[in-house]
Design a protein around this ligand. Structure first.
Ligand code: 2AM
Length: 171
């Protein structure tokens, strides 16, 4: 099964991000990430077998992730595969440290290797037809986060769907 670790926005922020996704979609086209699927990926694990998934569920449920605030104040894009996102003007240091510490543990447990570079972002559009951020409204949102989710990704005809397998403890 295809798994990843992510932060999931609280409902009010999710709605705001959904509105931004709608604005971006009107301008840039492509495939809009549904509100229910919006997230910040911290570690993409790819295919994991059942034993690995069980180990990850237990680990995540016992994890205590520090609370933090992420300021979302920039639009950005990745040219392949046409990803338009929101994030910070500079990568948030606490999130970069969290991502590194998660990968440190994942690598020790044999779950592959983390990327050499991490830019915290929330993807709003995939395969955008017009991949540019000029003309999009200014953003200044705060994401108060604490709990991490282990998510399973299913590919369906109209895009990916996610299921929560485990959540980290509260601090
Ligand atoms: P994205 O937001 O940058 O697109 C679940 O599929 C999440 O894992 C996606 O949100 C995606 O992040 C990330 N992801 C998917 N495939 C990936 C890959 N091959 N390498 C790294 N991250 C990937």
């Amino acid at each position: 099964m295809r798994l990843f670790l992510a932060l999931v926005p609280p409902p009010a922020l999710r709605r705001r991000l959904g509105e931004l996704a709608e604005r971006a979609w009107t301008r840039c086209g492509g495939r809009r990430v549904p509100d229910d699927s919006l997230h910040l990926t911290l570690a993409f694990l790819g295919e994991v077998d059942e034993a690995g998934a069980d180990e990850l569920m237990t680990w995540v449920e016992e994890l205590e992730v520090p609370e933090g605030e992420w300021r979302l104040d920039a639009w950005g894009c990745f040219s392949r595969p046409g990803i338009l996102w929101v994030g910070g003007r500079t990568p948030d240091r606490a999130l970069v440290a969290l991502q590194a510490s998660l990968w440190h543990e994942l690598e020790a447990r044999g779950f592959g290797r983390g990327p050499s570079h991490f830019v915290p972002h929330v993807t709003l559009l995939r395969r955008a037809r017009r991949l540019e951020t000029q003309g999009l409204p200014p953003i200044d949102l705060t994401w108060r986060h604490g709990r991490l989710a282990l998510l399973r990704s299913f590919t369906e005809n109209d895009g990916a769907r996610y299921e929560t397998l485990a959540r980290s403890s509260t601090t």
